[in-house]
Design a binder for this molecule. Structure first.
Ligand SMILES: [Zn+2]
Length: 358
């Protein structure tokens, strides 16, 4: 109790709440230290299931995640976010209802839905704000509509933030200062500082996609500026350049395949992307001093990209900033976002409910 900084009555009320709602269960008695034998408690993995939807620009990954962060059922669907928020709500509500009715969920109570979107999301209201790559989504607030349709609490977050939370809470619990960079069609990052997701004042923390980099020259960017990191280092930019050379590519996965096959142009583009990304990340690492830098997203699996990022960061950072820095790909792989979505909606509902119980 001293460790968590709460009074004994608050802890007792919150534990009662968690027991009453099935998140915790008793697992026997401990050794007496003079008085009554203490009750032992454990997390009840089947005490609740959270739904999670992790959107990319053209697909969504939908999963059911338990309170321990384990993924129970997962499926990918093609979906164009360009369809707009209203149709996306209708479509996602139907998919969630199918999942809720499936055998994977049936005996376990559903606790909520976490949604990740590949754009800037205002932290408190879950509202999308001026997304450069999601036309028609400015000021869209889909959490309330989804909540009404499903009768569940809904959390809407930036996708890289969810990935950072998913990776931190399940695979990197020893690292309290962690940066997760998503390299897919776009580029984004989520910041875990002192064990907590750092949103900044409004939710824009970690958005590195529009930092100006020398190699991007005067490339026009969807944000209205020129020379942004995204115009040279994102999957979309690499696909554009390859397509202009007559190569048949449409998704980041196509780029990964080309590099694995040894295609010289794709490999050069990916290495250049990693170099520019690494230069931006060197500034971030010097400023924030993380102990873990995780690459996630479709292109993170490409070895030349990871190598180029490592090279630029170690070359340009202060030794003190990199002394205990690990750079690696996401251990949670493609599930980072859905795990984070599930655990974030769990955290949100417990912090609200626990507050009331106290
Ligand atoms: Zn830009």
């Amino acid at each position: 109790m001293h460790r968590v900084g709460l009074s004994p009555s608050t802890v007792s009320a919150r534990v009662e709440y968690l027991l009453a709602h099935g998140y915790l269960r008793e697992s026997g008695s401990g050794t007496s230290q003079g008085g009554r034998r203490p009750k032992l408690l454990e997390i009840h993995a089947e005490g609740g299931m959270m739904l999670a939807a992790d959107f990319g620009a053209q697909h969504v990954r939908l999963a059911a995640v338990d309170v321990a962060g384990r993924v129970h059922t997962v499926a990918e669907f093609p979906w164009e976010l360009a369809e707009g928020p209203a149709r996306t709500v209708d479509w996602l509500a139907e998919r969630c209802q199918e999942l809720l009715a499936s055998s994977a969920m049936a005996p376990i109570p559903a606790r909520g839905l976490g949604v990740g979107l590949p754009g800037p999301v205002e932290h408190r209201g879950g509202q999308v704000v001026l997304p450069s790559r999601m036309p028609g989504w400015h000021h869209a607030s889909i959490g309330e509509a989804l909540g009404e349709r499903l009768g569940l609490p809904v959390v809407v977050e930036n996708d890289a933030n969810l990935m950072a939370v998913g990776e931190h809470l399940t695979a990197r619990t020893d690292f309290d200062h962690l940066l997760l960079v998503k390299v897919g069609s776009g580029i984004g990052s989520g910041v875990v500082s002192d064990g907590r997701l750092h949103h900044g004042a409004r939710g824009a923390a970690g958005d590195i996609s529009h930092v100006r980099v020398p190699a991007a020259g005067d490339n026009p960017c969807s944000c209205g500026n020129t020379g942004c990191l995204e115009t040279i280092a994102s999957g979309a930019a690499i696909i554009r350049t390859l397509a202009a050379q007559g190569v048949e590519v449409s998704r980041p996965a196509d780029v990964v395949r080309l590099v694995e096959e040894g295609d010289a142009l794709a490999t050069t583009l990916v290495r250049d992307a990693g170099r520019s990304l690494g230069e931006v990340l060197a500034t971030v690492v010097n400023f924030f001093n993380p102990e873990m830098l995780v690459l996630g997203g479709a292109l993170s699996a490409v070895q030349p990209l990871l190598a180029a990022v490592r090279g630029a960061v170690y070359e340009r950072c202060l030794p003190l900033a990199t002394q205990s820095l690990t750079i690696d790909t996401a251990a949670t792989g493609a599930n980072a976002g859905v795990i984070g979505g599930g655990l974030m909606v769990l955290q949100r509902s417990l912090s609200t409910a626990g507050g009331e119980a106290a």
